[in-house]
Every structure is written in C-alpha cells, then in structure tokens.
Design a protein around this ligand. Structure first.
Ligand code: DO4
Ligand code: MG
Length: 289
C-alpha cells in the first residue's frame, strides 16, 4: 500500500495511492484526519492497515496530482545512519581533518547513528530544504528511509534527504550536530510504501538530480545492494536501550556524493527518486540567521 498526506480545497487530507488514483480517506471518515490519528484509533499498525482497507470503498477517488502531496507524517524523531556505503567513507575521509574515524566506523560492528531531527526541522515534498548561511559547502544526501513503529518493526519506507554541511562536518567531528541539524536540513516523502511491497530493501535503485537554472547540474545513482549494512541491523542498533514513537524514521545513509567543488545554492532543485516509492522534490533555500 502507498500511504500519503495531501492538500486539497477541502484542507489537509490523508490518502492511498493506487497507480494514477488517489483515494481520499479523510472523505471516508472525519476521524481519518492524519496518520497519527488513524494509528491512535487502531492502536497498532496492523489495525491501521485493516482500518484503511475497510474504508477504501467509501473513499472519494481522485486523480493523483503529485504537486498536492505533503509530508506523509511528521515524525517525532528522525534518526540517521552514516558511512554505510564505501563512497560515503571515501568522501568523509577526504574532507575530515581528523583522519581515521570514518575508516573505522565503516568496518566496525557498531554503525554510526545520530539524531537528525525532532520533527521541528524536517520538510515534505515541495517545501524548501535548507542550507546554512555559515557553510560554504552543502550537499543533499539521498537516502532510503525506514518508517518504524514503536516496537522498532519496519512498517514501510519513504525517501529521505539528509541535507548536510560538509565543511562544518569536516572541520571537527564534534561539529556533526551543527553540520546535520538546522532548519530544513531533512526532507521526507512523498509517500510511505508499506513493507509488504518491499520485501528486500537491498534491491532498490536510487537516483538523484540537482537542477540549477533549469539545467541538470549533477546527477548520480546507486543501488541499495551496495550498502555495507543490512537495514535490519541498523534498526537493531537503534533499538538498543532506546525508546521511539510510531512513525519514527531512520535514514540509512548516502552513496551519491557530488564532486568536491559542488555546493548547493539557493534556488537549486533536488530530486531524489527511489524505486517502488517515488520522487521527493525540494527547492533549496539559504537559512539566514
Ligand atoms: O558522520 C557522517 C555522516 C555521514 C552520513 O550522513 C552518510 O553517510 O549518509
Ligand atoms: Mg547521510
């Protein structure tokens, strides 16, 4: 199932996408105002899916307009894994003044995991992603993103962009939160594909395109088969001694890295497409003080 949130002349809605059709679930029941409410009504993700299944027949069928899609759900937390692909290890080792850290974490048993957002700084499709005004080297990081329930079970997948400042990250590893966490530094969407439609997350094609003044400035691709770690292993480390709420998401790391002389500029458009999920598109805005 493909679950989304969208806006229409009737306000904010939730829906299910099937091909070119968008089923407006909010029209089936006013209780279905957002995914957290549907989850609260059911009490489990299994129940959420059966409530949705039962309501599809009553839902208004619309033609899907991608521009209407909004952040599928605002997660209480976004977590992120780092250095899960060889390309990320190389890029990080080159940029850093503290040599050896990234080589270590790429092969270590324990992965790098960090808290990217608490729901305040993330945006959905069509909203501006941010670059810091005090950074000279900012990049998008297209990442397969896992949607979890409060028992750390994988409910589904979405597209994520872990927008980052490479000069701040490279200057000192203790600056990581400043390189990673600021207004508009995370984007997720445009929808959630439930886990039953992606039995093997290590087979997905990821494509990224950066458009500047209507021309493709950079494009790159990777397949998740190149990821060093299994998604389940990342989740099992996140779970250790931890607590999360349903719809917490985990970004699984990047492998598409633009050349070192590239930095995002205000007005650039970043498109991240992941097979079986969709395309997340955002324009870049410089986040002033
Ligand atoms: O500490 C570095 C973070 C790396 C990262 O975000 C990634 O590999 O995607
Ligand atoms: Mg990343």
């Amino acid at each position: 199932m493909k679950l989304c949130s969208f806006t229409s002349d009737r306000g904010n809605r939730i829906g299910v996408i099937e091909g070119d059709a968008l089923y407006d679930l909010t029209s089936a029941s006013p209780k279905f105002s957002d995914w957290l409410s549907v989850y609260a009504a059911g009490g489990s993700m299994q129940r959420l899916l059966s409530l949705v299944g039962d309501s599809m027949g009553k839902a208004r069928k619309l033609k899907l307009d991608y521009e209407s899609l909004a952040i599928p759900v605002r997660p209480a937390e976004i977590w992120a894994a780092g250095v899960t692909y060889l390309r990320s290890r190389e890029a990080r080792e080159n940029e850093t003044k503290t040599k050896g850290l990234y080589d270590y974490v790429y092969t270590a048993e324990r992965p790098e995991l960090f808290l990217k957002d608490s729901g305040l700084r993330c945006v959905g499709p069509g909203e501006p992603i941010g670059v810091r005004w005090d950074s000279k080297w900012s990049v998008p990081e297209p990442e397969l993103t896992v949607v979890l329930d409060s028992s750390f079970r994988i409910f589904g997948y979405t597209v994520g962009n872990d927008v980052s400042s490479r000069d701040i990250e490279g200057e000192n590893p203790l600056y990581l939160p400043q390189a990673k966490v600021y207004r508009g530094s995370a984007a997720i969407g445009p929808l959630i594909t439930t886990a039953d439609e992606i039995p093997d997350p290590r087979t997905l094609e990821i494509n990224m395109r950066i458009i500047r003044r209507k021309k493709t400035e950079f494009k790159g691709r990777v397949n998740t088969s190149q990821m060093k770690r299994r998604v389940e292993d990342l989740v099992s480390y996140l779970k250790r001694s931890n607590v999360i709420t349903t719809f917490t998401v985990l970004m699984t790391g990047t492998s598409i890295v633009p050349p070192d002389d590239f930095t995002l500029e205000g007005g650039d458009v970043v498109e991240v497409e992941i097979e079986k999920i969709g395309t997340l598109r955002n324009r870049v805005a410089v986040q002033r003080p």
